[in-house]
Design a protein around this ligand. Structure first.
Ligand code: SAM
Length: 202
């Protein structure tokens, strides 16, 4: 209901969110707030994004059932879990080993068998599995999307990524590549994400 009020009306997006128990992805101490529209700390100074932000990003990604999707920043695993309900295979990369291990436990417990995740520097993408029809970055780059990620986006692909020099000046961007490789970038809304930290972040 809350998401509908925020203008999320797409039945596939609402359906995916309904089928993923957010309380499984938040620390025990925050369980009673799992369905409030707030970001929640998950350890290591990181957060699970607000449900409305997860829903907006999922909607803008325009995921189809045959697609291979790459996520940078597994965090709690919640966004990956939601996307896994909409795509064929979801790949996710997280730089913190302990966060990834906790997320993988949830995927196993909830039998989300189409998710493959690894520890690593997501700014380099996942060469062995590229190209991806969709890429979602859930940590903010300062100025540009890492080049490797753009190279691993399939023709006709869409990438959603937050960018901005400071947390006060961050926006979500939708980057679309047409069939001949021309890139179109659209600025969506202001957001606040933790920084993307990696070799290809400039
Ligand atoms: N998608 C997550 C969820 O649903 O809980 C929220 C992600 S949290 C806002 C951002 C995550 O990106 C953090 O867990 C952080 O460690 C991770 N991160 C930042 N830079 C990264 C990089 N270069 N490669 C992989 N993960 C990165």
């Amino acid at each position: 209901m809350e998401l509908r009020k925020h203008g999320i009306t797409q039945p596939n997006v609402l359906g995916a969110i309904e089928r993923v128990p957010r309380e499984a992805f938040v620390p025990d101490t925050f369980r009673d707030q799992a369905y409030e529209n707030i970001a929640i700390p998950i350890g290591r100074g990181q957060t699970i994004s607000q449900p409305a932000v997860v829903a907006f990003m999922t909607r803008e990604l325009e995921v189809g059932p045959r697609m291979k999707v790459l996520e940078i920043g597994t965090g709690s695993g919640y966004q990956a879990a939601v996307l896994s309900k909409l795509c064929r295979r979801l790949y996710s990369i997280e730089r913190h080993k302990d966060l990834l291990a906790a997320a993988e436990d949830k995927f196993r417990m909830l039998r989300m068998n189409n998710i493959t995740a690894k520890v690593g520097d997501g700014t380099k993408g996942w060469t062995e599995q590229a190209p991806f029809e969709r890429i979602i970055v859930t940590a903010a780059a300062t100025r540009e999307v890492p080049k490797s990620l753009l190279e691993q986006l399939a023709p006709g692909g869409i990438m959603i990524a937050p960018m901005g020099a400071t947390t006060r000046d961050q926006h979500l961007y939708k980057i679309q590549q047409d069939a001949v490789g021309e890139i179109e970038t659209k600025k969506l809304w202001p957001v606040r994400f933790v920084p993307l930290i990696g070799d290809e972040e400039i």
